[in-house]
Design a protein around this ligand. Structure first.
Ligand code: HC1
Ligand code: SF4
Length: 577
């Protein structure tokens, strides 16, 4: 079938929209509400208006390109004066009730709205409605994600990603006219099905959805001479952060992050990868116990949005979750005990700050069970986006910084196994390397387990652990749609997996809800970031968690053994239904 765009004859396939055909052929049509990755094309913003004519005799019509099917013989014009004027008017309407105080917007400098406004040639905004803004609550309490209706353009991408991709369906449209907006079903995070994964934030084109900004809190810690500041960076942060400063996707900026942290005055810099190695020691021991008891399956527990999902949506499976705390929580707990003791620091004057690719980690850190006497083990969690903001507030451009290295002798070393935690399948692969050693007394010959390295949302494999266990059955899920299917199958007794890894965000932590907002093409970005993590694994001296010399010392000097009384107290947790 053939049609014409701006006079050029083009072939197209059935079911393609005008926008699909234009994009395939390099013809630019501006879009705002549409998001191809999640198949969302509501046609509500109307900036993709085009002129169409079927045959020579009919009058031209104006349709939205994102949701109008291409038709045989259709003549499409994308830039007539009428089209340009109509798009400008649509954009003016959108801007009329949009809060245009860019200086206070969390998206300043990288929102999707301003480039589109520019591309349609917006000249003025003659109207301005602020009806209902006076009721908007500026104090967002402690919730990790905040919503500002005055910046919402009602594209409903957030509603769609939560419903279609995550299968959580926590959001709905409410109100009408200029007071319409999005709200959490139930009115609050606690009362809603929301699991704070942050996928809605990732797809928001404006500053309507964002993490709660905690950069001021961190600056206050840094300014207080009485306080010892301890920073940790998650496995995935180092491979996604450089993009914020214009470096190619997947660039490893671990050294630059360490140097930048020193420059802003961080006292101690640790690596969450170290704690990931500790987690493998604990979770591996726990899993071995479950294998012996034929208790199956065991679910991983390091992803906080997955924990929220299990607690809210499937409380009956909580006994199947590993009790091992996440690496972020393990590091916080050990920093305020073991490290404080080793370095002779008063833990009351220590503040632990995490840099995470995740919004749910904020909520995890605030769990009362992950602290002592009301004092949290991790004091503040910054998403990758907030960390970029923090560096900018300190006048730092990462590209200009010379890389540096860790100097803490207690909790900064990591193995390849700890490094790959940041990508989907990494926790499972890291666990298999150590379990094999514990069972057989020798190292696994091929440490890269290719069956675990695909990118399908749900993957299953058999891993040969040798010894008395032989092959175990494992499953990996990233994104909650596939997770729900697996959990339902477990509940119905239709599957008999021994070990199941879940990461709530599609793509895993390398593409977590706290990473940079570039969802237009998330799989290719995640692939590049994960490839760098695999290379880090190949380049580390030790590739198995049990060979981390600082972890060995931690157990010899302090914890005694994995799953000891002390480990249980400091490194394990409980869940709430
Ligand atoms: Fe993750 Fe994890 S891998 S959950 O994605 O287990 O956030 O990176 O920090 O805690 O280590 C996130 C990443 C992260 C934890 C680890
Ligand atoms: Fe849905 Fe996740 Fe956003 Fe909550 S945080 S509304 S679960 S997408």
């Amino acid at each position: 079938m053939k049609a014409y765009i701006n006079g050029k004859e083009l072939a197209f396939e059935p079911n393609e929209t005008i926008l699909d055909v234009a994009r395939k052929n390099g013809v630019y049509i501006p879009t705002l509400c549409e998001l191809h990755d999640i198949d969302h094309a509501p046609g509500t913003c109307r900036v993709c208006l085009v002129e169409v004519q079927q045959g020579d005799s009919t009058e031209p019509q104006y349709v939205t390109a994102c949701d109008t099917p291409m038709a045989d013989g259709l003549k499409v014009q994308t830039r007539t004066p009428q089209v340009m004027e109509m798009r400008r008017l649509q954009m003016e309407m959108t801007m009329a009730d949009h809060h245009q105080d860019c200086a206070s917007c969390p998206r300043v400098g990288n929102c999707e709205l301003l480039p589109v406004a520019n591309s349609v040639g917006l000249k003025q905004v003659r109207f301005h409605y602020t009806q209902g803004w006076e009721d908007l609550e500026p104090d967002h309490g402690k919730q990790p994600i905040v919503y500002d209706r005055s910046r919402c353009i009602r594209c409903q991408r957030c509603v769609a990603v939560c419903r279609k991709v995550q299968n959580v369906d926590a959001l709905e449209m409410t109100g009408w006219g200029s007071t319409a907006g999005v709200r959490l079903k139930g009115g609050s995070v606690d009362a809603s099905p929301c699991i704070t994964c942050g996928q809605c934030v990732m797809v928001c084109p404006t500053g309507a959805l964002a993490e709660r900004d905690q950069t001021d809190e961190v600056l206050n810690f840094l300014a207080d001479p009485e306080i010892t500041t301890v920073f940790q960076m998650a496995p995935a942060v180092r491979v996604g952060f450089g993009e914020e400063f214009g470096m190619p996707t997947g660039t490893n900026v671990e050294g630059q992050i360490i140097a930048a942290l020193r420059k802003i005055g961080a006292d101690i810099i640790l690596d969450t990868n170290f704690a990931a190695d500790v987690v493998i020691m604990e979770e591996g021991t726990e899993l071995l116990g479950h294998l012996k008891e034929k208790k199956r399956p065991t679910f991983t527990s390091c992803c906080p949005a997955w924990i929220n999902f299990a607690e809210k949506h499937y409380p009956e499976i909580l006994p199947m979750l590993s009790s091992t705390r996440s690496p972020q929580a393990v590091l916080g707990s050990l920093a305020k005990t073991y490290l404080a003791e080793k370095r002779n620091i008063d833990p009351k004057k220590m503040r632990v700050v995490s840099i995470m690719p995740c919004t749910a980690k904020k909520e995890e850190a605030a769990r009362p069970v992950l602290g002592k006497n009301g004092v949290p083990d991790v004091d503040v969690v910054l998403t990758v986006r907030e960390f970029a903001r923090l560096l900018r507030r300190e006048g730092i451009d990462l590209k200009e910084i010379q890389p540096s290295a860790y100097d803490d002798p207690h909790m900064s070393e990591y193995t390849g196994a700890g490094a790959i935690f940041g990508t989907t399948g990494g926790v499972m692969e890291a666990a298999a390397r150590t379990l094999y050693y514990v069972i057989n007394g020798k190292e696994l010959e091929h440490v890269e387990i290719s069956q675990l390295r695909g990118f399908d949302n749900v993957r299953t494999a058999n891993i040969n652990l040798g010894g008395e266990f032989g092959e175990i059955k494992v499953a990996l899920c990233h994104g909650l749609k596939g997770t729900r299917d697996i959990v339902e199958a477990v509940k119905a007794g239709k599957v008999d997996f021994d070990f199941i890894e879940v990461m709530a965000c599609p793509g895993g932590c390398v593409d977590g809800g706290g990473t940079l907002r570039s969802k237009k093409a998330y799989i290719p970005l995640a692939m590049k970031r994960r490839e760098t993590l695999f290379n880090v694994d190949r380049q580390t001296k030790a590739r198995q968690s049990h060979n981390n010399t600082q972890v060995q010392k931690l157990y010899a000097d302090y914890l005694e053994a994995p799953y000891s009384h002390k480990s249980h107290d400091l490194l394990h947790t409980e869940y709430c239904s």
